[in-house]
Design a protein around this ligand. Sequence first.
Ligand code: ZN
Ligand code: ZN
Length: 146
Amino acid sequence: MAREKMESRATDERIRFFRFVNRAEPDECWPWLGQINTHGYGCFGGSTTRAHRFAYELLIGAIPVGLTIDHLCRNRNCVNPWHMEPVTNRENVLRGAGRTAVNAKRTHCPKGHPYLGDNLWFDRGSRRCRECNRLAMLSRPARRKP
Ligand SMILES: [Zn+2]
Ligand SMILES: [Zn+2]
């Protein structure tokens, strides 16, 4: 009944969807042949549905709430869901950026102390490790009191 109706609708959408997909090899990019929005993403079934998100949910599963889809292949019009990974918005932004992204992703100082809580302090915008600072102080020869 209602369930069957829903399933046939899903199948219709699936067929409609794949009409716009240039499905190459499973590990290649699948360029979207339908409408592309101003950001370079494919649109499906109205401008609000992103084709790549649709592909992901169709072939892999629901995208967890609050996550965005990151294109591992950097090809925004690619709808191959195996080229996508759900990430938080922040991760996505970080991945897109260059050097700042690398620095922000670093969770430990070069000596392996965590950039966390009290151990972390900022010096003119860059992150410093308090523990390293403390060790550096200790290794300095102690000043004798006069
Ligand atoms: Zn791709
Ligand atoms: Zn350190």
